[in-house]
Design a protein around this ligand. Structure first.
Ligand SMILES: *Cc1c(COP(=O)(O)O)cnc(C)c1O
Length: 376
């Protein structure tokens, strides 16, 4: 860790909004909040502490390393590293820290059994492939899986998990139904052999819309951070009360006049059509403010939306503040979030994602990991 910082921009995390979103997901006893990838850019430890205080009894992270860090921090929750364990050292670390690790193949199963000493037990997750084409056992492998688990009684399969590919898409309900049916069929068979096994299928979209497959545990991710999985679809209202947790501020470095015909920034993609007032803001692509947004997004200054102009640079960008009255160096601009004036809307991670042709998850991960975070 370096003790210097390359930006005066800040990522603000509103932990009370996170906790309110968590409460919207239902009873904590039925939830495993997903805090992988540094809690989608919001910071693993502060998010875990806030959810712990709000009653979270489980966490899903990405790696065994994240899971072990949570243990060292003192968390006693049921923790699942969604990417599984890689190699013998990680399997040992997982066992030593009571990390409930996914088994995705017979090789994983053998490794898990090998690191668990005689006379001890190791709680594990059975990862099932039902339509993502990603990790886990598919349906026809389940009989051999049950067989293998029976020969390794030290391994205790406490959870069966699979992941939805398109539960957020009204046009794909047939596929989602097929995944639900496939998961139900496979877990029925597994639970005949291992009745204590819990089930988890729903992501945020499923948690909000598919109570029929809530089973024992739902795994919301993006919804905790305020992202509505249904934005732009006919189901949009079902996630409308979620609140964004992250906002990103950046100071105005200088305010200058631009004369008609004068260009601004690299490549001269913007030329002033008339006399303008321009604020130079200390946010750029190095802090997740993508250069692909150049000339094509707004920045909130003094609570009002102002058009960004010219190429976004590595650590700076320019914004046309001609319409909004007095702005001076040291004022705060907001890349996402902030306090809007009446009649104004904040810029959201969702809006930026749509302009970029991506999803809010990516914007949050990038801005959250590059801007120094402050917690409120
Ligand atoms: C990321 C992830 C989730 C959470 O998905 P959201 O769409 O953010 O709710 C749940 N389960 C698995 C396996 C994941 O990888």
């Amino acid at each position: 860790m370096s003790d210097c910082t390359f930006t005066p921009s800040r990522c603000h995390i509103d932990l009370s909004a996170l906790v309110r979103n968590f409460a919207r997901m239902g009873d904590p006893a039925n939830l495993m909040p997903v805090i992988k990838s540094d809690a989608y850019g919001h910071g693993l430890m502060p998010v875990a502490h806030a959810l712990d205080k709000a009653g979270a009894c489980r966490f899903a992270v990405g790696t065994v390393s994240e899971a072990a860090a949570l243990r060292r921090e003192g968390f006693s929750q049921f923790i699942v590293p969604l990417l599984g364990a890689l190699g013998e050292d990680e399997w040992r670390e997982a066992y030593a820290n009571r990390i409930v690790t996914p088994i995705c193949s017979h090789e994983d199963l053998a490794m898990a059994a090998a690191v668990c000493p005689e006379g001890r037990t190791f709680d594990v997750v059975i990862s099932l492939e039902t339509g993502m084409g990603r990790l886990g056992f598919c349906r026809k492998e389940v009989p051999s899986l049950i067989e293998a688990l029976r020969t390794h009684p030290r391994l205790r399969p406490v959870l069966a998990l699979s992941h939805m590919a398109c539960a957020d898409m009204p046009d794909e309900t047939d596929y989602t139904t097929a995944q639900q049916e496939s998961f139900t069929r496979v877990t029925d068979a597994l639970r005949e052999a291992f009745p204590q096994m819990a089930r988890s299928l729903n992501n945020s979209a499923g948690t909000l819309r598919l109570p029929e497959t809530a089973f024992e545990i739902c795994r919301p991710g993006i919804a905790l951070y305020g992202g509505n999985p249904f934005t732009g679809t006919e189901w949009e209202d079902e996630g409308n009360d979620l609140e964004w947790v992250m906002s990103v501020s950046s100071p105005v470095l200088q305010v200058r006049r631009l004369m008609p015909g004068q260009s601004i920034s690299y490549g001269r993609i913007f030329t002033a059509p008339e006399e303008m007032t321009v604020a130079i803001v200390a946010s750029g692509y190095a802090t997740g403010f993508s250069r692909a947004l150049s000339n094509n997004c707004d920045i909130l200054v003094n609570g009002r939306r102002c058009p960004q102009i010219g190429r976004i640079c590595m650590g700076m960008s320019m914004v046309d503040v001609s319409a909004i009255g007095h702005v001076e160096a040291g004022d705060t601009a907001w890349i996402i979030g902030g306090e809007p004036q009446p009649g104004q809307r904040v810029v959201t991670a969702q809006e930026i994602a749509e302009t970029l042709g991506t999803i809010s998850y990516e914007v949050l991960c990038l801005m959250g990991s590059t801007n120094p975070r402050v917690y409120h």
